[in-house]
Unconditional design. Structure first.
Length: 226
């Protein structure tokens, strides 16, 4: 008798728990599919499109930094809409038109192309851009030789310097410590004219690539004597 009572109690408890789980699942399904609650999602490191860089060039200006920008965006919408959220449909941009040389805090503008989804908030909301004027400057190129001629040959007098024009953002141009053209004379046994690339270096000896040199290659006459 006692055993039957225990078995009946266990059976009843199991059935109650089973019905509770089923009810919870039905309620959850109803909320998701019928009530369709609103939720939010964060999309990290959304690329920010930098617009109207061309307008800077038209006004003899150059963008120094930053050249790439990202922002973290929290979007919101009904659950049914958020299931179709596309990262590429989140459009972030900044507009550099109308700015002059200097540092400027430019607001980020964001919108979404997916229906039913809106931007809740994002961070950062703005970017500090550094804009500089473009300048041109005449500079002298130092000619440097490397290597040794063939035995019994002597190097004649090489023109030691050439003048070229460098151009670019003022910040970069003023960072030039020297211009060098390296002439390789190793194992040569006759006079020749060699095209040599002009390279710009900063005070730390690092090569600078964010400027223009005109001409960027010079012809160096290498006189070889017996």
């Amino acid at each position: 008798m006692k055993d039957n009572f225990i078995k009946n109690s266990i059976s009843k408890n199991f059935m109650l728990k089973l019905f509770s789980v089923i009810f919870a699942l039905l309620l959850w399904s109803y909320v998701i599919n019928e009530v369709d609650p609103e939720r939010t999602d964060m999309e990290r490191n959304i690329n920010v499109r930098i617009e109207n860089i061309a307008s800077l060039r038209e006004n003899n200006l150059a963008l120094i930094s930053p050249t790439e920008v990202t922002t973290n965006v929290i979007v919101k919408g009904k659950n049914s809409a958020m299931r179709n959220l596309r990262r590429e449909a989140i459009i972030a941009r900044v507009d550099l038109s109308g700015y002059n040389a200097g540092e400027h805090t430019v607001p980020i503008v964001i919108n979404t192309l997916d229906p039913g989804i809106s931007v809740d908030r994002f961070d950062p909301k703005s970017v500090v851009f550094k804009i500089d004027e473009n300048i041109k400057k005449k500079m002298t190129v130092e000619i440097v030789t490397e290597g040794n001629l063939k035995e019994d040959f002597i190097l004649g007098k090489i023109k030691k310097s050439f003048d070229v024009e460098v151009s670019g953002a003022k910040t970069f141009v003023e960072n030039i410590e020297k211009l060098t053209a390296l002439v390789n004379i190793a194992n040569r046994d006759e006079s020749t004219v060699l095209p040599v690339k002009v390279v710009a270096y900063d005070k730390n000896g690092e090569e600078l690539n964010n400027i223009k040199i005109n001409p960027n290659t010079i012809d160096v006459e290498v006189p070889v004597l017996m």
